[in-house]
Ligand binder design. Structure first.
Ligand code: BEZ
Ligand code: FE
Length: 288
């Protein structure tokens, strides 16, 4: 085609795609280019604005490495990651929520009731729950991969003062489906905002804060993997999570427990004479 114009360019793109393109790739590319062209027309995109966009993508590539995933962060703050999550969440299971960039594989095994707190000071928190199916039956042999920030708001991969796997642990449920651990309450923290994505947040009048949360990945044979988080119901950023991760069923009351009531069956480095917090959070998996 040589008489390309702004009215036919989208259709011409479709014609240029080969006959052998797999149907799903064809569908995705067709829709992507249709919406991309429609976007440029709708805002009457200028050369200067196009250039700003290209430079943004270049800077995102330059700042990215094995630990810094600026394009994932971009997807997160645009709400795309959460939208994809919600498109594939099953109504009968626990809602999924963003994975984020700070999960590391190979977390060490953590016994049921084990201690993630280690040498760190902070508000002691007990977390426990049952991994179950949609009929409420406990799931034996599920792995529960847990990770969170230290009380300084940093994940181990961001903080040279932490060991690689500090605040990371992997539990395997027994016949009762139960996971349980002791930790400290994670604090609210900001997503990395010193790069191009931070510039977008600034330019659009947004802050980089996320509410406090514990991360989980749960896997069990015959069930869909679940990537999720739990949030305390009194967090000031619950209604403005910058990566759109909060869902009603993931917001839990962190109960204040009285001094002297620390339960048996939970390990803890040091003793708890003060009041502590407790969150009960069951995790419902959907069959494959
Ligand atoms: C996180 O919760 O770890 C996270 C999620 C999205 C972007 C940055 C951090
Ligand atoms: Fe996080």
């Amino acid at each position: 085609m040589r008489n390309i114009n702004k009215d036919n360019i989208t259709d011409v793109f479709m014609e240029y795609m080969g006959d052998e393109v797999p149907p799903r790739l064809h569908e995705v590319m067709e829709s992507l280019v249709k919406h991309l062209h429609a976007f440029a027309k709708e805002v009457n995109l200028t050369h200067e604005e196009w250039q700003v966009g290209i430079e943004f993508l270049e800077r995102s590539g330059e700042i990215s490495d094995a630990e810094r995933h600026e394009f994932v962060l971009l997807s997160d703050v645009l709400g795309l990651s959460s939208l994809v999550d919600m498109l594939h969440s099953h109504p009968e299971g626990t809602s999924s929520s963003v994975l984020g960039p700070f999960h590391i594989s190979g977390a060490p095994p953590l016994e049921i009731g084990g201690d993630l707190k280690g040498r760190f000071e902070g508000e002691v928190l007990i977390a426990e729950g049952i991994v179950k199916d949609t009929e409420g039956n406990p799931i034996e042999g599920a792995t529960v991969d847990i990770w969170q920030t230290a009380p300084n708001g940093l994940y181990s991969s961001q903080d040279p003062d932490q060991d690689t796997y500090s605040f990371h642990g992997l539990q395997t449920t027994g016949a009762d489906g139960r996971y349980a651990f002791t930790s400290v309450k994670p604090v609210e923290y900001t997503v990395p905002s010193d790069g191009p994505v931070g510039d977008i947040l600034n330019a659009t009048g947004r802050h980089p804060w996320r509410p406090s949360h514990l991360h989980f990945i749960i896997k069990a044979e015959g069930f869909r993997d679940l990537v999720t988080e739990v949030f305390p119901d009194d967090d000031p950023y619950l209604d403005e999570d910058t990566v759109f991760g909060v869902r009603d069923d993931l917001v839990m009351s962190y109960k204040q427990m009285p001094a002297g009531s620390f339960p048996d069956g939970f390990a803890l480095s040091g003793t708890v004479d003060e009041p502590y917090l407790r969150v009960d959070f069951d995790l419902t998996l959907v069959r494959e």
